[in-house]
Design a protein around this ligand. Structure first.
Ligand code: ADP
Ligand code: 5GP
Length: 225
């Protein structure tokens, strides 16, 4: 189900070029990844959200094209056949996929991409883009609190909430496929940690593709030259 991607390089404020990041947030449904993602997008000008396509029905308050591209099964299958997805997967009996073109456009424009996708998507993106992918998994403080949050969100039927709770343990079992695992106890504290991870990952030496040129320039002024 995975395709391939080209990560572009772009400049950071110090003039070094760096490779664009694919920043993945996953969690069992209801643990708070959308909440964290919203906070992150509001504070990070150089970060843009990948809007997935899904066959699931729209929830109250959701906006087509903003939260998801809501498509029917036939439309989704056509997108798969036309290789429009970077990755896609079955989740909760529905299909979800990451459209490739917007991700490439965001990376080209010099920004990083934020993904709210499940462990299957994280795994596929990692196969495609390897070291350019940073995977963060968010845990709920307890299963009781997870259920409270799902109910408090008041967007799903009882049947859907029961299904999401039943699948939560299975999703949590994939915690070891992630680079970072955090507990979302307090939303602001968890957001601050995710932001720290993003900032540190941006500065990784392996991503600073302009570093060699900068070092050479520094050495040009060496007294031995
Ligand atoms: P997800 O995107 O993981 O499905 P949401 O971000 O939609 O989860 O959060 C589920 C519900 O829990 C929402 O009503 C949200 O406001 C609430 N929530 C998120 N983080 C916290 C937190 N740290 N403490 C209490 N409630 C939270
Ligand atoms: P929800 O229906 O609550 O919005 O999302 C259900 C699950 O699908 C979440 O775990 C979410 O991260 C995942 N998901 C959303 N979009 C995608 C996608 O494009 N690809 C994959 N693999 N998972 C997705």
């Amino acid at each position: 189900m995975a395709a391939s991607i080209q990560t572009d390089t772009h400049a950071d404020p110090h003039g070094f070029k760096r490779r664009g990041l694919l920043f993945v947030l996953s969690s069992p449904s209801g643990a708070g990844k959308s909440t964290i993602a919203r906070k992150l997008l509001a504070s990070e000008a150089d970060l843009a959200m990948s809007v997935s396509a899904t066959t699931r029905p729209m929830r109250p308050g959701e906006v087509d094209g903003k939260d998801y591209h809501f498509v029917d099964l036939e439309g989704f299958r056509r997108m798969v056949a036309d290789q429009e997805f970077l990755e896609w997967a079955h989740v909760f009996g529905q299909r979800y996929g990451t459209p490739r073109a917007p991700v490439e456009a965001i990376l080209k424009s010099g920004r990083d991409v934020l993904f709210d996708i499940d462990w299957q998507g994280a795994q596929q993106l990692h196969q495609i883009a390897g070291g350019d992918v940073v995977r963060v998994f968010i845990l709920p403080p307890s299963m009781e609190e997870l259920e409270r949050r799902l109910r408090g969100r008041a967007t799903d039927s009882e049947e859907i909430i029961t299904g999401r709770m039943a699948r939560a343990a299975g999703e949590i079992a994939h915690w070891d496929g992630y680079d970072y695992v955090l507990c979302n106890d307090d939303a602001d504290a968890c957001y601050a940690k995710v932001r720290t991870i993003l900032h540190a990952e941006r500065m990784k030496r392996s991503r600073q593709t302009g570093l060699i040129g900068f070092i050479r320039k520094l050495n040009r002024h060496h007294p031995d030259d």
